[in-house]
Design a protein around this ligand. Structure first.
Ligand SMILES: [Zn+2]
Length: 265
């Protein structure tokens, strides 16, 4: 395993030096992520990170609400047809009513904050965010960011448990950003595009994406969920374009069930 990864690394580096590429263009990190951070390595790193996050975060003890979030996540996952083999999706509900936030970690751990649910009005809005976070994982944005930030060798060592300091470093970096990976604008756009598809394929009204962003844009200070993302107006425009391309958009909002669940927060 390690040998084939090193072989691939050598080949990529050789090609780069042959064509005289300087720096690290987007296509390189994208290719390198697929070749150099195999899914199983990303999953192992995610497990390390999840253990750290268990210490850092408080999880909801409301079993009904937690089950609800997990069921919604699995409903979306069933419709995802571009899932790389071996990812390990898990949905966690973080008990923090003040924080409008959600994030994904390597391997497929998705963390939804109770404050996010409290700020929403229907299930389609929640599924929009879940779909967006799933897309960051399936589209391998996380692997790409890891390669860009830490290099392949360090990631491999962290995944093998040879470099415990790296995991701590990652957790601190994630915590500093309000528990979010810092994605590029391109990656955010891509996650929105695929998120709309996942959400609509699961039967939900993709306009939930738009109503949620409109609500966030009205907040006096932008919530952490938006701080590293492109401006909401730009996202809304792009998302509307993706919705217009859908053949048969979903229609579910499930307002009543959602309000019942939100009432538990
Ligand atoms: Zn995002």
């Amino acid at each position: 395993m390690a040998r084939s990864r090193m072989g691939a690394a050598a080949i990529v580096l050789m090609i780069l030096s042959m064509v005289g590429v300087v720096g690290c263009p987007a296509w390189f990190t994208s290719t390198a992520a697929d070749v150099l951070v195999p899914v199983e390595e990303e999953v192992k790193l995610g497990e390390e990170l999840a253990t750290e996050l268990e210490r850092e975060l408080t999880f909801s003890d409301d079993r009904e609400l937690t089950t609800y979030v997990r069921q919604l996540g699995n409903t979306v996952l069933r419709e995802v047809d571009n899932k790389p083999e071996g990812l390990d999706f898990q949905f966690h509900l973080v008990d923090d009513d003040e924080m409008i936030n959600a994030f994904a970690i390597p391997g497929g751990g998705i963390y939804i904050f109770t404050g996010l649910i409290a700020a929403m009005d229907n299930e389609a809005e929640l599924v929009a965010v879940i779909g967006h976070e799933i897309a960051h994982v399936t589209r391998r944005h996380i692997a790409q960011r890891l390669v860009a930030a830490y290099g392949t060798e360090l990631i491999a060592q962290a995944a093998l448990g040879e470099e415990p300091g790296v995991v701590g470093q990652l957790v601190r970096a994630v915590a500093q950003q309000g528990f979010m990976m810092s994605y590029s604008r391109e990656q955010e756009r891509d996650a929105d595009r695929w998120g709309v598809r996942y959400q609509s394929d699961s039967g939900y009204d993709p306009n939930g994406f738009i109503t949620f962003f409109e609500k966030l844009a009205e907040q006096p200070s932008p919530p952490v969920f938006l701080s590293t993302h492109p401006p909401p107006t730009e996202r809304i425009e792009n998302i509307q374009g993706h919705i217009d391309e859908l053949d048969r958009p979903g229609t579910d909002l499930n307002v009543q069930r959602f309000e019942q669940m939100r009432g538990r927060i």
